[in-house]
Write a protein that binds this ligand. Structure first.
Ligand SMILES: Cc1ncc(COP(=O)(O)O)c(C=O)c1O
Length: 390
């Protein structure tokens, strides 16, 4: 069997909201369940949009955080100039739902994936689907796989010191530009620079200094582009940890913010310019778990472990009950150390936790359970891009 089935499986995934026949309270959910508070979600989207718009910057939110076409459409309706996708499969989920303003922010180089990209790309230039490039191998592969009647926008990914993706050498940049110049099926759109390594620095001054320095260092590359006759329609980058810093970079046209929409403990625990914790956006996403066992006084076990929460560093946090500490107790379990709140959680209770790291946590769940202002869940939104590892 060829590998084509991965595409058809993804294209067959339903993406429409699922209306519940009867609204349900969080306590009635099959747990662990990913709960999304609609009013907070919308407030986060609108606040980021307003902040960027007031500074004359575009809003190009990253869908790697939510992996959900319904949310991408909300962001577009709020005025986004486009949405980002981290991977081809995430982009396919968006294209399949009718979105055509997409930037894939990680290079695609393998023939199998470039062929899929070619398949899902609409004919002609009546779309705004763009990918980043950082190697001649990627560019040549793209040219080989792209049908004669298809056009795609490209941004060159530039790196300063993250050493993940992006090119650094002036010669490599010039060679890439020369080759791009010679083809009319590839439209040069601009530059991406993303400095992920600084997003969670727990010193705002350091985050600011490092981010602004990186953008300053890129000035040489912009000179090369100008000398080669290239102008940048798009200069994109930044994230939630640098949104209010990068917004002052003149070159930048738009910001690829992702996590602001949900917020998570990793972000909440870093300082902003004025506060010791990041409170400018409010957590809209929690995982509801049920207390299922209590082998020992002072502790209680919930049904969420590594299969319900993804964490690089911190643990899930319970905002609802003060003094409760979550500890991972394996794949399916977490243990709550109850502290003074010993009597406040009993077997059968459902408790919600702010996620340690929102993007990979979302990737563990099939749906968002949408919590409305009446404190009930009326619908579920499929996380179409979950498990999309390619
Ligand atoms: C290329 C790129 N852009 C933007 C983002 C969004 O960053 P954040 O979630 O910190 O807002 C990420 C996150 O990993 C990313 O990899």
């Amino acid at each position: 069997m060829s590998t084509d089935f991965v595409l058809s499986r993804l294209l067959d995934k339903p993406s429409a909201p699922i209306q519940l026949t009867e609204p349900v309270a969080v306590s009635g959910l099959p747990t662990p369940a990913l709960v999304l508070e609609r009013s907070i979600l919308q407030k986060n989207i609108d606040s980021m949009r307003d902040f960027l718009a007031a500074k004359g910057k575009g809003f190009r939110p990253h869908s790697k955080t939510h992996k959900c076409p319904i949310i991408a459409k909300l962001q577009m309706e709020a005025g986004a100039v486009g949405v980002c996708a981290a991977k081809l499969s995430e982009a396919v989920a968006l294209i399949n739902s009718g979105l055509t303003e997409i930037l894939i922010t990680s290079p695609i180089v393998s023939k199998s994936k470039l062929e899929i990209l070619n398949k899902v790309l609409p004919i002609g230039s009546d779309h705004d689907i763009n990918i980043v490039l950082d190697s001649m191998i990627g560019l040549e592969g793209l040219l080989e796989c792209l049908d004669a009647d298809k056009v795609i926008g490209v941004l060159v990914d530039l790196d300063i010191s993250m050493a993940r993706t992006g090119l650094r050498s002036d010669e490599d940049l010039m060679r890439l530009l020369e080759k791009i110049q010679k083809t009319d099926r590839i439209k040069f759109k601009g530059i991406q620079h993303y400095a992920g390594y600084l997003m969670h620095l727990d010193n705002y001054g350091k985050r600011k200094e490092k981010s602004l320095n990186a953008w300053q260092t890129l000035e040489d590359k912009f000179l090369i582009l100008e000398r080669s006759g290239f102008s940048c329609e798009i200069v994109t980058g930044g994230g939630t940890g640098s949104y209010d810093i990068d917004v002052h970079v003149e070159r930048l046209t738009d910001l690829q913010v992702g996590s602001y929409i949900f917020m998570d403990e990793e972000y909440r625990s870093i300082p902003t310019q004025t506060e010791s914790r990041f409170t400018e956006f409010t957590p809209s996403l929690t995982v509801a778990c049920t207390a299922i066992s209590q082998p020992k006084q002072g502790m209680i076990t919930v049904d969420g472990g590594y299969k319900a929460f993804a964490s690089d560093s911190v643990n899930p946090v319970c905002d609802e009950i003060e003094g409760v500490d979550f500890h991972f107790a394996g794949d399916e379990h977490g243990v709550l150390v109850l502290g003074d709140s010993d009597t406040s959680i009993r077997i059968g209770d459902v408790v919600r936790f702010v996620t340690p790291h929102c993007d990979p946590t979302v990737n563990l769940h099939d749906f968002y359970w949408i919590l409305e202002e009446d404190n009930l869940i009326h619908s579920c939104w499929p996380i179409v891009g979950r498990g999309c590892s390619w």
